[in-house]
Design a protein around this ligand. Structure first.
Ligand code: SF4
Length: 64
């Protein structure tokens, strides 16, 4: 799987971090998303999908 985040869309809500804090973090400066792992293992797919759904800015996409 490949995860992509769009910094320009991100509004810093932090839902992705609450869903998968091993894959997403937030910038200390402005709270926007920091992608920790762009190619997580397949067993993390459910949580990544959840982050995609939870993100209010639709800033996360995943290619399976
Ligand atoms: S859930 Fe979306 S808007 Fe919120 S920090 Fe993560 S990528 Fe940004």
């Amino acid at each position: 799987m490949k995860v992509v985040v769009d910094q320009d869309k991100c509004v810093g809500s932090g839902q992705c971090v609450l869903t998968a804090d091993d894959i997403f973090d937030q910038s200390d400066e402005d709270g926007t998303v920091v992608l920790l792992d762009a190619t997580p293992p397949a067993e993390r797919l459910a949580d990544v999908r959840q982050a995609v759904v939870m993100c209010p800015a639709m800033a996360i996409t995943v290619e399976e």
